[in-house]
Design a protein around this ligand. Sequence first.
Ligand code: GDP
Length: 140
Amino acid sequence: MAIQRTYSMIKPDATARNLTGAINAKLEAAGLRIIAQKRLWLSKAQAERFYAVHRERPFFDELTSFMSSGPIVAQVLEGENAIAKNREVMGATNPADAAPGTIRKEFALSIGENSVHGSDGEDTAKEEIAFFFSGLEIVG
Ligand code: GDP
């Protein structure tokens, strides 16, 4: 299995409840290395750019308002099969459907305020990492 990099983001509902360390512990326990990390507060316009692919979805305004409502933690994760592994550790979008032990099952509040984001494929991982990090900030 190839070593991959993926973009991960701890969302405002989780930073508000002081869950950054608990979430990072789950990522690291799954074998994912946090090779870049920074805490930021996105503007509404920045959240709209990041989530542009969802622009036509009915929840776009709710999503981008939420994502700009408080601090986020932006991360690059590295490891074997990191994109799928991170999605597995995150759990299903809706915490009601998430498997036991996953981040969303344990911490998410709702389908919208679901604690973490993770890239869903190789192309989006590259784009999302480049949206937040320069090469100098990624230390593998
Ligand atoms: P993900 O890849 O599991 O994060 O899920 P999606 O790509 O389908 O959706 C992106 C994000 O939009 C989710 O993580 C949620 O924060 C949000 N979202 C998805 N569906 C809904 C919804 O029905 N209502 C609201 N408010 N937010 C949603």
